[in-house]
Write a protein that binds this ligand. Structure first.
Ligand code: P6P
Length: 331
């Protein structure tokens, strides 16, 4: 790509921003806070083996998981970057039990950002791709800062933007403001995310299914019937299996190649393992924007009404064809 065609994510965001009536640039400034924080995170992820950020921070996070040091660094990077954005009223993070009030009563504070600063962090020590996810919501008309939860406990259909960064062989930011999905690759030479995947669309059908087969014995019967059909060619061809164990990386492949990624209910996680607000909803928003489908196994994911910040939900997300095959199954 010659420099003359170089389009950075900041330029792209500004252009997308113009689609919003009355755009004042505050939304672009908010998104620039997220992109800045992910550059800080990727710098740490890339050096994880060199500096003392590997291994466990020792503390236990709200999920009851041993907090890896990079989780803490990533969380602080995003919180600090967004705290300096007057348009952000509330933050909710996978790493924090409660929603955080960022700007008290600031009249411009009209957005909430929900995020997982470092999804898949248990893979860091073995150099497997990890990711950051984010979801942006407008403050509901009747919500006040007295109840920050009300800002974030909204169905995914209310998202005004969502995205992720996958820290893999390269660092790729994928986002949507509701007008298609666009991917940007971080160019370390200039320190900017450069448009590399314009107008991403999910193939109508793929070759892969992606699930943790170790949980097969506890999947609901419908899921095992579906997976057997994928393996035995019942749905047109015999699928191959790919599972990274990092949702962002598994979804990124599904977005690019099609197929289906699923985390069904299991014996250990009867409601599924993935979190509705900051894992399933951003992924579902992007999937639909790219022509795919996302459900909780029964209902459209973006229609699920959240009741708590860290609630879990089963996730089935993928290409139109695979999702239609799944939906056609009898319970
Ligand atoms: P399992 C990572 O810990 C994560 O939250 C997601 O990124 C990933 O898809 C899932 O858990 C993997 O869970 O049970 O297959 O190890």
């Amino acid at each position: 790509m010659s420099d003359s065609n170089l389009l950075t994510v900041q330029q792209h965001i500004l252009r997308e921003q113009l689609r919003f009536s009355g755009a004042s640039g505050e939304f672009s400034f908010l998104l620039s806070g997220i992109t800045l924080a992910t550059k800080i995170i990727q710098a740490q992820v890339r050096r994880a083996g060199l500096v003392d950020v590997l291994g466990e921070h020792g503390e236990v996070n709200v999920q009851g998981e041993i907090q890896q040091k990079l989780d803490v660094i990533a969380n602080e990077a995003i919180v600090q970057a967004l705290t300096s954005r007057a348009s952000v009223g509330v933050l909710a993070s996978e790493e924090n039990e409660e929603a955080m009030i960022v700007h008290k009563g600031d009249k411009e504070a009209k957005y909430a950002v929900v995020f997982d600063p470092l999804d898949g962090s248990s893979n860091i020590d073995v150099n497997v791709s990890v990711g950051t996810t984010f979801s942006i919501l407008r403050r509901p008309d009747d919500a006040s800062l007295d109840s920050p939860e009300a800002w974030v406990l909204q169905p995914g259909s209310e998202q005004v933007a969502a995205g992720y960064v996958v820290y893999g062989s390269s660092t790729i930011l994928v986002y949507s403001v509701g007008h298609g999905v666009h991917g940007f690759t971080l160019d370390p030479a200039i320190g900017a995310y450069v448009l590399s995947h314009p107008n991403m669309t999910m193939p109508d059908r793929g070759k892969y299914y992606s699930v943790n087969e170790a949980n097969t014995d506890s999947f609901p019967e419908k899921y095992n019937r579906y997976l057997a059909g994928l393996r035995n060619g019942q749905y047109g061809h015999k699928y191959s299996s790919r599972y990274i164990g990092s949702m962002v990386a598994d979804f990124h492949r599904t977005l690019l190649k099609g197929g289906v990624f699923l985390y069904p209910p299991t014996e250990d996680n009867a409601e599924g393992k993935l979190r509705l607000l900051y894992e399933a909803n951003p992924v579902a928003f992007l999937a639909e924007q790219a022509g795919g489908v996302a459900t909780d196994g029964k209902n459209r994911m973006l229609d699920v009404n959240p009741t708590s910040i860290h609630q879990r939900v089963p996730l089935v997300v993928g290409s139109k064809a695979e999702m239609a095959d799944f939906a056609a199954l009898e319970e």
